[in-house]
Design a binder for this molecule. Structure first.
Ligand SMILES: Cc1cc2nc3c(=O)[nH]c(=O)nc-3n(C[C@H](O)[C@H](O)[C@H](O)COP(=O)(O)O)c2cc1C
Length: 242
């Protein structure tokens, strides 16, 4: 399938064929492809929980209010944001960048690039992601309002802004996953209809983690699980050329 055909094939499927199993390795590969999604500062503050155990699938379905898609899903993938892992990911980025700069930057630019990366991942990122009971977010917001009145700068640095940042990133990974699944004829249905407290408890997640999306997976049974034709508002209504 061409990319256009894949995008047209992908639908939110709410009923999966009970007779058709998924190949776990293939689904795992699609999750791996999802990690190629662009993500903020390359921090990769995401995790993917691939559920294949029948007992766990039942519990997850219950936490998703027993929607038809989860009840009939052969596997479920939960996309999770992990703001709390920012220090670990910064360290991983810096370790990688050290070699990356040595291998790929012109010798005369290496020292400055390494200094810039260190500043970014050792100072700026901890400042952006730091919480201290939410107080740092308020401080950042005030600071950005003051500075941005003199020059343009990123102003979305409050506590809730940083939550949006990691959820945006995770949403891109979820979409990449669904497209990869569609390419091999596997179906999905992105869900926000779930009890996040229950899902977190089932997955034994720490309080810094948040559920971004729950994606039941299976193979469509004809058009049974697809709610009719696809509806999009007229393109002219959402497209603006400037
Ligand atoms: C963030 C998000 C949350 C969604 N939550 C649900 C849900 O809880 N239950 C459901 O049946 N569909 C859910 N959907 C699927 C949408 O209803 C669906 O994508 C939309 O109707 C467009 O249809 P299509 O995906 O077939 O193009 C969700 C989609 C997204 C992107």
């Amino acid at each position: 399938m061409s990319l256009q055909e894949i995008l047209e094939y992908r639908r939110s499927v709410r009923y999966f064929d009970e007779a058709k199993e998924l190949n776990t390795e293939k689904v795992k590969h699609c999750i791996e492809l999802a990690t190629l999604a662009p993500n903020s500062s390359n921090m990769q503050l995401w995790e993917f929980y691939h559920i294949t155990d029948p007992e766990m699938l039942k519990k997850m379905s219950h936490a998703c209010m027993d929607q038809r898609a989860t009840e009939t899903a052969k596997q479920i993938v939960v996309f999770v944001t992990r703001r709390d892992l920012h220090r670990k990911r910064s360290k991983a980025n810096l370790e990688f960048e050290k070699g990356n700069i040595a291998r790929n930057s012109p010798p005369e630019k290496q020292e400055k690039r390494w200094r810039d990366r260190q500043l970014y991942y050792n100072r700026l990122i901890p400042f952006m992601y730091g919480r201290f009971f939410g107080l740092l977010g308020i401080f950042r917001k005030i600071l950005t309002i003051v500075i941005s009145s003199f020059r343009p700068m990123t102003t979305s640095l409050s506590e809730s802004d940083m939550r949006v940042v990691v959820h945006k990133t995770c949403g891109l990974a979820a979409q990449t996953f669904m497209i990869a699944m569609a390419e091999i004829g596997y179906d999905t249905c992105p869900l926000e209809g779930f009890d996040s407290r229950r899902v977190k408890k089932l997955l034994k997640l720490p309080c810094g983690a948040e559920i971004n999306m729950v994606i039941p997976c299976g193979i469509r049974k004809g058009t049974l699980g697809i709610w009719g034709e696809r509806f999009r508002v007229p393109f002219d209504e959402v497209y603006r050329m400037i």
